[in-house]
Design a binder for this molecule. Sequence first.
Ligand code: SAM
Length: 293
Amino acid sequence: MSQTLPILETLPSVREEVESLELGGPRLGAKKSLGQNFLFDLNLTRKIARSGLPLDNGAVVEIGPGPGGLTRALLMEGAHRVVAVERDERFRPILERLATASNGRLQVIYGDALKVDLTEHLNAPAQIIANLPYNVGTPLLVRWLQTEPWPPWFQGLTLMFQKEVAQRIVARADDKHYGRLGVLAGWRCETHLMFDVPPGAFVPPPKVTSSVVHLRPRADPLPCKASDLEKVAAAAFGQRRKMVRQSLKSLGLQADGLATLMKQAGLEGTERAETLSIETFTALARGYRSLAG
Ligand code: SAM
């Protein structure tokens, strides 16, 4: 007689799973150094999973499954394959039970997401959906946005960040949150703030509100090199209160080169970084490339 596999719906709750590890205390053993704030409410994790639909078109990549609250939701919402990267091996027994109950749809790689080459584990375009650890969330996003060649190996990014970071990702000119991250994200992706998640939804609760953002890669971003765009945005926002004729001096161009650069980008020189559109930043990046040689 064949043995019946446990199915997702019959697993203990995610909270019970973590409690069974007996890691202790009201924080349930959560490590601050790994940005651990867990979600136990399946209604909420399923809502996050649905923000990344469709889930059955290629694999879903999850960074930091932890005890698997979001992972379980992704599987329940119909993901055909989930490839998850987790640094903390304490969750291995829980994730193994989840992998069994998923009938082989879940693969967990134990390691540092900043070091794992995910493309080695994927053979088709993927969605990235994650409640990111705060300590590595921004470096991971910047790395994904710098992917070459473009369009990248992911079709969409559905990510939870601290609200303040989410606001910087979706910010555009004349928004007080606009800066280097908004320029890079807006250049390569359409960005949307989806919804906020209050601190009380997590165990342990973080100090600040979180937000889910969705980024969809543009098929044809305005032409320029990511490294040039980052250089001009870093120079301009490095002194965000100064006029660009002053802040762009840190690019190291000769005075006449700087004047040409601003003219080519249609700037007077008296503008401030936070008023420049992404289009203007890409014009500056192209101009910088031709002048810097
Ligand atoms: N996904 C779970 C949830 O929503 O309840 C946990 C999210 S928690 C905010 C972040 C997770 O990322 C933790 O499980 C943590 O161990 C893991 N993590 C932290 N740094 C990591 C890294 N560099 N690579 C992979 N996982 C990491």
